[in-house]
Design a protein around this ligand. Structure first.
Ligand code: ADP
Length: 343
């Protein structure tokens, strides 16, 4: 099987711009990425639409239309971009919005692309506006206008590009400008996975990593993984450690429960920050509504962290409601105990 080569291009971002990823887990998680579309679990509609587009492009002998992938972090956007490159029998060049600080950063990448190659831009909503404008003609006409000199001697030269496929990934499709969004031919939205789908992800990863696991153990990890394969894979590794040290090495339901409890993951799959977020609204703001800025300041977190990482799952599961005047928790019933408490 041909493995796609990935080249990271662009200046290194400041440390402050880097995503807070579980870096220690990355090497192992990378090897868990499904490489072909047929191995990609869940997201049936996305996979179905993509399969048709891939087959049609291949039959015509053309590169795939530009693809925009949107959805919360850890759901498989980068993985799908790798898969697109593999299925189109080409290679992928990866960069991200914050890495493209100046037009020349993007120009260097675009002019070096080979015919049919996939250019993956993660966090595409964070591309500076001056850089984004260069993308328009690159995506539409496969050329870029480069301005030489300035003032009276300014001269524009058109640089032709090879036909490539841009795959953009974003956690916030709403932050994309209309001209950029309109230039993507294929728009795919990734949603949270069901516990059953994540059970398959956990079982597959356990198989690859040679971890003995019982079906109940896989389900226990899956149902507490916030609908997110990246979290499921990370928890699987933590539970494996626990099973090795405190059990017989096999992940059973009981071992999974004990290990996840130690990791601070509760029955509902919520972690410490989720609970602190909900308890803050519930107790300090009497159930809300509270503005995101005030909430972020109280929690000492970035608003982006709350909006990109914490809230999507809590909103989807109905733990929090977003209204015009701010976030609030659903009305607690008088006969029910409070679910969350601060501290
Ligand atoms: P994103 O780019 O959306 O943040 P990634 O593509 O990096 O997410 O996915 C995170 C991890 O989750 C990957 O390393 C991969 O192992 C796993 N993963 C994602 N989607 C799937 C899937 N559909 N099936 C199996 N594993 C998946």
């Amino acid at each position: 099987m041909a493995r796609e080569k990935v080249v990271k291009r662009g200046p290194q971002p400041d440390a402050g711009e880097q995503k807070p990823l579980p870096a220690a887990d990355e090497p192992a998680i990378k090897s868990l990425r499904p490489r072909r579309l047929a191995e990609y679990i869940g997201q049936t509609q996305v996979v179905g639409n993509l399969a048709v587009a891939l087959q049609a492009a291949k039959q015509r002998g053309e590169p795939l239309d530009h693809v925009l992938l949107h959805g919360p972090p850890g759901l498989g956007k980068t993985t799908l971009s790798h898969i697109i490159a593999t299925e189109m029998e080409t290679t992928m060049v990866a960069t991200s919005g914050p890495m493209l600080e100046k037009p020349k950063d993007l120009m260097g990448i675009l002019t070096n692309l080979e015919a049919g190659q996939v250019l993956f831009i993660d966090e595409i909503h964070r591309i500076p506006h001056t850089v984004e404008e260069f993308l328009y003609s690159a995506m539409e006409d496969f050329q870029v206008d480069f301005v030489l000199d300035r003032g009276a001697f300014a001269k524009t030269i058109k640089i032709p590009l090879k036909r490539f496929t841009l795959v953009g990934a974003t956690t916030r499709a709403g932050l994309l400008t209309a001209p950029l969004r309109d230039r993507f031919g294929i728009l795919l939205h990734l949603d949270f996975y069901t516990a059953e789908e994540l059970t398959e992800v956990v079982a597959r990863s356990a198989d690859i990593l040679d971890i003995p696991i019982e079906p109940d153990g896989a389900f226990e990890i899956a149902r507490r993984s916030r609908g997110t394969p990246r979290i499921a894979n990370r928890l699987l590794r933590r539970v494996r450690d626990y099973a090795q040290v405190h059990g017989r090495g096999v992940i059973t339901r009981d071992i999974a429960r004990l290990a996840l409890e130690r990791e601070g993951i509760d029955e509902r799959g919520l972690d410490a920050l989720d609970r602190r977020y909900l308890a803050t609204i519930d107790e300090l703001y009497a159930g809300g509504p509270v503005g995101i800025e005030a909430l972020a300041a109280t929690l000492n977190e970035e608003t982006d962290t709350l909006e990109d990482i914490i809230e999507p799952y809590l909103l989807k599961e109905g733990y929090v409601i977003r209204t015009a005047s701010g976030r609030k928790t659903p009305q607690a019933r008088a006969d029910q105990p409070r679910l969350f408490s601060v501290g």
